[in-house]
Design a protein around this ligand. Structure first.
Ligand code: G3I
Length: 369
């Protein structure tokens, strides 16, 4: 008896310590490692590793990265004969160093263009721009950037083609041209069409038609990026599931590329991520400026759980799930569609602490075991 007591004490202590440390070391990327990549969009400061705490959180939790802004045309190609790769080099180097899946966002997008690009109306000039832009950027990171958003947000919500500078100058052909140029520059990179609201029926039909057309004309499309700028109540799990099934029936991968869930009131029931839609604020529109009430925190956790439950059900079709930001304080949703609000869309809060939403995503995997 004399010996048993200390022995039991030692075993209990050991078990407690090991359980606690296991809990502390659990991370999204590790727990989901056999399912799909778990990514985050990084801000310029995060790419420059300015905050050591954020940096270690990124390394611990994520195994895929996207640049939130710095690889958009206005930054990488500010003038016709000038490219700027200072930050994108750092982004790719850090992804390689940390053995992460590196996603390129984005090559052909109507928004955040350099001013000189917006002036192009002539078809020959636009063709030359696309060739130079795509070839230069994709070749520079050949074999290093694993996948690209080749074309971003080419559709209107009704599924018709957006009247972008590219469509106006070249007609629909710009779509297949973009994919062909990207494939030529790096035949092994995975090429995606990326858009918001493409889980909604009309826009989804438009995206399916667009992807089929590009493939029929000889373009290589490896996947579709459903952005996933969602709300607590919508879109429904049924529509998301239909989307996974219908897109993967095209023989392509499905990625959720910009996931976040707004908890704030939505003027005019706005959906999606059109950055040109902005509204004046009033206090009613910013109800949780101090703190997120527990009831909403719970709703957010339940919403994330039901979304990830669906993702796990279809993990064979899903390549990557990327959050649009690392933590709440950084989210674009604090400034859209109303500037200066306090939103809570991500699994980590403003102090980098994991939220019940994070726990609910991890718990799903424990339940599987
Ligand atoms: O860098 C400037 C800073 O110098 C200036 O002081 C400040 C003043 O407002 O603006 C800063 O630039 C902002 C930039 O984000 C960096 O934070 C821009 O105003 C702001 O418009 C820009 O917003 C980005 C938005 O794309 C622009 O299109 C968001 O961060 C970014 O999250 C968002 O991401 C898009 C995806 O690329 C495509 N899908 C939709 C998604 C959400 O809109």
């Amino acid at each position: 008896m004399k010996f048993i007591k200390p022995y039991l004490f030692a075993v209990t202590t050991l078990l407690t310590v090991s359980c606690t440390s296991q809990k502390e070391t659990a991370s999204l990327k590790d727990v989901y490692k056999n399912d799909f990549y778990i990514g985050a969009a990084l801000s310029a400061d995060q790419i420059e590793q300015k905050d050591i705490k954020v940096d270690s959180l990124i390394k611990k939790e994520f195994n895929a990265i996207t640049a939130e802004n710095i690889m958009k045309s206005m930054f990488t190609h500010p003038q016709k004969d000038k490219y700027d790769f200072v930050l994108s080099d750092k982004f790719v180097e850090s992804g390689e160093k940390n053995k992460m899946f590196i996603h390129g966002h984005t090559l052909i997008w109507h928004s955040q263009l350099a001013p000189w690009m917006e002036k192009i109306t002539d078809s020959t000039e636009m063709k030359a721009f696309m060739k130079d832009h795509i070839t230069t950027i994709v070749s520079k990171y050949k074999g290093r950037i694993n996948s690209w958003d080749v074309v971003n947000e080419a559709l209107n919500d009704d599924g018709t083609l957006r009247q972008s500078v590219f469509l106006k100058a070249l007609g629909e052909k710009y779509l297949v041209d973009a994919f062909k140029l990207a494939e030529k520059a790096d035949p092994k990179a995975e090429l995606y069409y990326n858009d918001y609201n493409i889980e909604e029926p009309a826009k989804r039909a438009g995206a399916i038609a667009l992807i089929k057309r590009i493939k029929a004309e000889g373009g290589k499309v490896d996947g579709v990026g459903i952005q996933g700028h969602w709300r607590l109540q919508s879109p429904s799990i049924e529509e998301i599931e239909k989307s996974i099934l219908e897109y993967s029936a095209l023989g392509i991968k499905v990625a959720f590329t910009e996931l976040d869930i707004t908890v704030l009131p939505n003027p005019w029931d706005l959906k999606g991520a059109d950055v040109n839609q902005k509204f004046e604020g009033n206090p009613k529109m910013n109800p949780y400026s101090e703190k997120l009430p527990d009831s909403i925190q719970t709703k957010l956790a339940e919403r994330y759980a039901s979304i990830f439950k669906l993702f796990l059900k279809h993990k064979d079709k899903i390549s990557r799930v990327t959050f649009w930001g690392v933590y709440d304080g950084q989210s674009w949703l604090n400034d859209w569609p109303i500037k200066g609000r306090t939103n809570y869309p991500l699994p980590f809060d403003v102090n980098l602490k994991h939220k019940p939403a994070y726990d609910s995503i991890l718990k799903l995997k424990n339940a599987e075991e």
